[in-house]
Design a protein around this ligand. Sequence first.
Ligand code: HEM
Length: 359
Amino acid sequence: IFAFHRQEAGPVRFVESFGGWVVTRYSEVDRVLTEHAVFSSDELRHSTQPIPHSSNPLLRGLQAMDPPRHHVLRRIVSQVFTPRAVSALEPVITARVHALLADAGESFDLIGEVAYPLAVHTIAGLLGVQPSRWPDFARWTEAITSFFGTFAADEARRTAFHQATTEMGDYFREEFERPAGVIATLMASGLTEDELIDFCALLLINGHETTKTLLANAVLCLVSQPKPADLRLAVEEVLRYLPPTGGTDRFVTRPTTLGGHELRPGQRVVAMITAANRDPEVFPDPHTFDPDRAPNPHLSFGHGIHFCLGAHLARMEVRIALAALFERSWRITDLDTRRTPVGIDVLEVTLAARPREAV
Ligand code: HEM
């Protein structure tokens, strides 16, 4: 991801090893995200490359659909993600954050003991599924996302992926027997069982992995800062500076020109959110973390018809968790980046029960 971060090699370029166009300048990234008729999200339909992961629920879900189907489905699911519905969760999330911090004690792994359980419990509660199954959610998510990101997956990964999608499908079918939460709403709106499974899988995967990463990234960005004057602005700046999603793929539907290059139908285009967020033409002093930055038109939740459905929820969860952390003083005592190429696995944090300003 960070190799594609820099714009020096040009705002749009073809990367052979990757088999597609990499787009790094804000204006072009924004165009790729918003011109959905030219840059399709439907890989199964528009990609000319072989697709090793065609049974992936993420490839059939909302995020991989184009209009008109996208429009129909998005309208249904938007009903359950309104800002008002999400704000109604604020007291529950606040109580959970305080309970998790109380249980965690003075020195704890922020990811394993706070960020992960917070994100999983919130999305599980919203969906109406059992949070106690979270070790399974985590295993399925890892198997599905790690397979998704590879073009030549080995046999072990392939097996883990198939096992995960089967287990996840079976699990959701069981949940459909006693529908609650979002699942009950969606079942009442006439989605087929397969559509429901794909959508639940998308929510479960998108809903916790990215939020967990955002909270961890926020702690990394803010550890050496005083409490930000406005936590909302600070969360936006964390999103800009260290976005949990590095980039997103599209597929060219018709001949077009982008950044002076001719693109052909079927070609893959990756819109690099990380790079667009640091475009000096849009963000003054882009490599500086400025918790008061405003305006901050980052693209970390995408833009256009696929704008993140969970953006309000993710922002709120992270803001509440940061507010609770800043009621104490804290520092990072350990950081483990060994296991994952995209993030951190263990973030040991030590708290002191004194106001931060007094330390
Ligand atoms: C779409 C990022 C949290 C559900 C997206 C997209 C991005 C994104 C970049 C657009 C993808 C594209 O255009 O190809 C993030 C980040 C999050 C986050 C950075 C946390 C910090 C969540 C949460 C949920 C969620 C908490 C669910 C509760 C979705 C869904 C879509 C989506 C369903 C697809 C929307 C559509 O295609 O219409 N997200 N997301 N996300 N996100 Fe999120």
